[in-house]
Ligand binder design. Structure first.
Ligand code: NAD
Length: 365
């Protein structure tokens, strides 16, 4: 029997709540496909810091090293609670960036999808949404400001200062550009390159390398857009986008905006792909404002499972069935509270109920 070992990093806040639903779906998939998922939970994030003194404990590193894929829940604390952890141990700096660095997961795929039938979840007007929203953000994930040199101190004038550098070399840009062109070739053959070359020299090099890589993909049309303009177009005309590629911080910000135009970050799964290992996580954070209430939307976590099935295990058909099951649950009039206000026609459901209904739909397919 085929066996896949999967490290489960439940995370903080709503992480364990939505992970429970993802596990429900993985267990069903294993049963349906007659395979075994060996699921190994490991501490990661703020709770790991409180329990083990490190937000990315050695034991967790070893479990991730041995896993065929990693499924990660969101991590982090509220602004106030974060102060209980030393700055360098806080979940992003102490765990998330080291995870990305360890497995060199440079390509972050963030699908942004809302079919026409679910357009009512979006805050955008129906005439803007048209036939629905369907594009993918490809974000460089291990370079740029988040991984550059950092220095803080007191300068000669006695003032506190900070210096963080944004670094990319041409190979780092080329490999993410290749991921983007290959994705565009499989879709509508249009690639939006997001940059800020009117101000940032890093974007000048970025654009040069994207153009060079593009010579190998003559069938893909490249459209260059400044990141600030792209933010506006995401609200005014998201239908123009199909594949968007951008550096790390631009991708962090624009993909949260993309979650906003769908109606909730709870609709944003993602895949983080490296040369030898991939991990999968919702694009959003640990949502401390709703943690413990079991009202979080697990779509992002179950969608991350679907991406894992397809991208790590080649189970494209089963992945499609998982997506379809989730869409069907919404199409039947169900909604988690992030997407709708209680009222006529909305059957408000909990995190668990969503997972159960998805499992029921999947079992039918
Ligand atoms: P957030 O993404 O956690 O939440 C923003 C808003 O979206 C909140 O109102 C939240 O309730 C809602 N939301 C997010 N996911 C949802 C879901 N699945 N269902 C329903 N509603 C959902 O952002 P934040 O509040 O700014 O950050 C909270 C913590 O998460 C911080 O510590 C931050 O550093 C961390 N964070 C972690 C990651 C990660 O693990 N990759 C990413 C972003 C933020």
């Amino acid at each position: 029997m085929t066996n896949y070992k999967i490290a489960l990093l439940d995370g903080d806040g709503i992480g364990p709540e939505i992970m429970t639903e993802a596990v429900k779906i993985m267990e069903l998939v294993a049963e349906r496909k007659d395979i075994e998922f060996e699921l190994v939970h490991a501490p990661f994030g703020a709770q790991a810091y409180f329990d083990y003194g490190h937000s990315f404990p050695e034991e967790t590193k070893a479990i991730c090293d041995q896993a065929d894929a990693i499924l990660k829940g969101p991590i982090g604390l509220s602004h106030e609670e974060s102060k209980k952890i030393p700055v360098d141990m806080q979940p992003e700096r102490g765990a998330l960036l080291p995870l990305r660095r360890r497995f060199n997961t440079y390509a972050n795929f963030r699908p942004v999808f809302l079919p026409k039938g679910l357009a009512h979840f979006s805050p955008l007007k129906p005439e803007i949404i048209g036939d629905g929203i369907d594009f993918i953000i490809i974000r460089e994930l291990v370079g740029g400001l988040y991984f550059g040199k950092k220095e803080t101190g007191v300068n000669a004038a006695g003032k506190r200062y900070v210096n963080e550098s944004l670094e990319y070399d041409e190979d780092q840009i080329a490999r993410i550009a290749i991921s983007a062109f290959e994705t565009a070739q499989k879709r509508k053959k249009v690639l939006h390159n997001i940059h800020k070359s009117n101000v940032l020299k890093s974007s000048v090099l970025w654009n040069e390398v994207v153009a060079e890589v593009g010579e190998d993909y003559p069938d893909v049309e490249v459209i260059h857009i400044l990141v600030d303009a792209a933010a506006t177009y995401l609200c005014l005309n998201p239908g123009q986008f199909d594949v968007m590629v951008m550096e790390n911080m631009f991708g962090d910000i624009l993909s949260d905006q993309a979650g906003g135009i769908l109606g909730s970050l709870g609709l944003m799964p993602s895949a983080c792909i490296g040369p030898d290992k991939a991990y999968y996580e919702p694009s959003h954070g640990s949502a401390p404002d709703i943690a413990g209430q079991f009202i979080a939307n697990p779509y992002s976590m179950i969608g991350s499972v679907a991406m894992m099935l397809e991208m790590s295990f080649g189970m494209e058909d089963e992945a499609k069935k998982v997506w379809h099951a989730m869409q069907s649950v919404f199409a039947q009039g169900n909604s988690t509270p992030d997407l709708s206000k209680p009222g006529a026609g909305v059957n408000m459901i909990s995190t668990h109920a969503f997972g159960d209904l998805v499992a029921k739909e999947l079992a039918k397919s």
